[in-house]
Design a protein around this ligand. Sequence first.
Ligand code: LMR
Length: 398
Amino acid sequence: MFETISPAPPDAILGLTDAFKADPNPKKINLGVGVFMDARGKTPVLESVKRAELRLLETELTKSYLPISGSPAYARGVQDLLFGGHHPLIQEGRAKTAQTPGGTGGLRVGADFLSAFRPGATVWVSNPTWANHKAIFTAAGFNVKEYPYYNADTRGLDAEALFHCLEEIPATDIVLLHVCCHNPTGVDPSPEQWLRIADIAEKRGWLPFFDFAYQGFGVSVESDRAPLLLFAERGLETVISSSCSKNFGLYNERTGAFTLTAQSAEAAEAAFSHVKTAIRSNYSNPPRHGGAIVETILHDPELRTEWDTELAAMRERIHSLRQKLVDGLQERGLDRDFSFITRQNGMFSFSGLTDEQVRRLREEYSIYIVKGGRINVAGITDTALNPLCDAICEVLGG
Ligand code: LMR
């Protein structure tokens, strides 16, 4: 059988990391995959994480299985992050959370769960969106279509086109929305635009599937979740995939969650039993370690404060890198306004570079960025900044 199989194309994002590793150029720069780096190019283990791990090492008594939906204490911690601890969704038992292997695992669990009830439905994703969204929903048997999102001329949200499309989507479909720090554009709806989106969701009745991979990388843990609270206020059913990869720096611990919110505790419970069915036939039950770190931090006031401070430091570093990138490009006298880079949220900047320019950056300068022009700003080290600005200038013909 294998003799007849031709190779699959490399992954649009993780495949770049492989190509980067194989590149012998000592000056190579990897701004592809969304991983935070410090000024010297390290992706550090947070101090709060280290301290939680030390505690776990001392207190862990067993390696026995977790329940199918993972650790209940982790689920409580995740719900506290998503809604705030005293939210009615939590107090009334209308939110149910499963620990999943990463945010990607949360998306796939959600997709498998929904496909049992909406087989062959359409999942609408933003144009553009994270390269893996289409693959995940297609693999779960959905049709995937795009709604308008980014306006390349204004480098902002194509709001009217977006609203218009959302108005046309039937109640049986699913709409994937990025809660904050939109990947790949860094362009998020304003609070007023979110109100409008929630209005349309309520009126049309389609199911919102929130992807929340960057909580705390926008403004703060609390501000970034505002869209979720807006939908909760209206009592709308939602599903949410969230991730601890970025905000806890737990990339390789694969720590995420799938949460559903329902209108009654009974409905939540019944729906969640099918989420567990989907998990059991996939990976059975989740790995423990990453979730144990997160619950240790979230349930200990001192570690929680330390984590908040460390998260703020990552966020501030990205903000300052955005400014440095804009200054660096502007200083080189390019006849373009790059200030839009400072208005984008999260790790990524949608640079406006064409695929041809992206190819040249890679082939001529060993600078790796994702096709479509997404730059991982959080990966720009002190030594990379100037060569990056020089190379962008060159490919832009400056
Ligand atoms: C990214 O978009 O770079 C990250 O979410 C990592 C990934 O899995 O693609």
